[in-house]
Design a protein around this ligand. Structure first.
Ligand code: COA
Length: 174
């Protein structure tokens, strides 16, 4: 059984991520979408919230499971019997960062390879930060994120008076 891990921050998940998830789930027998806990970025949504949004969006894909992980992604992959990491490539600008990460991961565990999927062109310019910024200034983000995510963005940003209110590691929403 070919198991792959698609790791990321997913703060929040966008249609760009979901495009990669759907295509990877058609290639591998099982896909684990792995949400990094305690990233160096300060997330807007808690790990639990990010997982809930992902799980809801991935419900139509029965071979996709969403989990949180901390520590090295290669250790997480090994613990799940996965030998492939999936990453999306949006533009040339992603290449250098992804090249360094894939090379480091191979140095850490030569049994784990990274497979890249080119992001579909309609999502090539999206990032979670950009979506948050558009939402923060009242723009419509439903073209780029599922309706449930757009709603949570609105609620979270409204609660902070339009300013992003970074998640600070507490387990219940503020
Ligand atoms: N469509 C839309 N947006 C995409 C995308 C796609 N296909 N692919 C990436 N992005 C965006 C994300 O939204 C994110 O945008 P943001 O910066 O505005 O939030 C950005 O690209 C990169 O995010 P992501 O893919 O989540 O990567 P990351 O840099 O946040 O996290 C990990 C990368 C989690 C894979 C990496 O840090 C990791 O493995 N950490 C664990 C520790 C470890 O093992 N370290 C050694 C690794 S060498």
């Amino acid at each position: 059984m070919a198991v792959a891990v698609y790791p990321g921050s997913f703060d929040p998940v966008t249609y760009g991520h979901l495009d990669i998830i759907a295509r990877a789930s058609a290639i591998f027998d099982r896909l684990l979408v792995a949400v990094l806990e305690n990233p160096s970025k300060t997330p807007l949504f808690s790990t639990q919230e990010r997982l809930e949004m992902l799980a809801e969006a991935c419900r139509p894909l029965p071979n996709v499971q969403c989990e949180a992980f901390s520590g090295l992604v290669v250790d997480y992959a090994r613990s799940r019997g996965a030998r492939v990491l999936v990453r999306g490539l949006r533009a040339v600008s992603d290449f250098e960062y992804e090249f360094v990460m894939a090379t480091m991961n191979r140095h850490l565990n030569a049994e784990v390879d990274t497979v890249f999927i080119m992001t579909s062109s309609e999502y090539a310019f999206i990032s979670s930060s950009l979506v948050k910024e558009v939402a923060r200034f009242g723009g419509d983000v439903e073209r780029w994120v599922p309706a449930g995510v757009a709603r949570r963005l609105k609620e979270r940003l409204a609660a902070s008076g339009g300013r992003p209110q970074p998640w600070q590691g507490r387990e219940a929403a503020p």
